[in-house]
Design a protein around this ligand. Structure first.
Ligand SMILES: [Zn+2]
Length: 191
């Protein structure tokens, strides 16, 4: 099976890991770190983002925080704009029956595309929350991971990395790991 290049379903169990471990890059500067670079990058470090009109209001702050995490670790500058159509990164909460990939991978909770598509879909029927709550999914945790794909990263096999392919219900993992940062820096030649 080959993962479609344009999309990246993210799961809460282990079933898709093998699909994502296509190119494993060893970072010789940090022994034991493994991140995976995607095939495409943005040609600018100034990106705009917008939320789908009418998006649930409790999602705005955690998504902002997720952008801030990547901005703090890179040379990217992210600007929130109102024009959803024109934004580089478009974020929505999408019903399962509106995306083929959600139906194909029913355990996925979000799906994002690689540069320069910039589409990030949270699955609308997942019990989203801000924080660690049993049986629920932290919005910021998933947003940080998906933005890694939006910027071009594939999955990492370092379990504590944000780009590790799976997460668990009720768990927070919001901080970029050195493996995530090493990956994005190599991808864009950031110092
Ligand atoms: Zn992923």
């Amino acid at each position: 099976m080959v993962k479609p290049r344009s999309s990246n379903p993210d799961l809460v169990n282990q079933t898709l890991i093998k699909l994502h471990w296509v190119k494993l890059v060893h970072n010789s500067f940090k022994s034991g770190s493994y991140y995976v670079l995607g095939d495409t990058t943005w040609t600018t470090t100034n990106l705009t983002w917008a939320l789908e009109p009418g998006i649930r209001s409790d999602a705005i702050k955690p998504i902002k925080c997720a952008f801030q995490s990547w901005e703090n670790a890179t040379k990217f500058k992210f600007e929130k704009i109102d024009n959803y159509t024109k934004a580089n990164v478009k974020i929505s909460f999408t019903p399962i029956d509106q995306l083929r990939e959600f139906l194909e991978y029913p355990k996925s909770v979000a799906l994002s595309s690689y540069p320069p598509d910039g589409l990030l879909h949270f699955r609308a029927d997942v019990p989203w929350v801000n924080g660690a709550q049993r049986g629920k999914m932290d919005i910021e945790t998933v947003a940080v991971h998906e933005l890694g794909h939006i910027l071009g990263l594939e999955h990492s096999d370092v379990p504590s990395a944000v780009m590790y392919p799976t997460t668990k219900w009720g768990v927070i993992k919001r901080n970029l790991h050195e493996d995530d940062i090493a990956g994005i820096k190599e991808m864009y030649n950031f110092p």
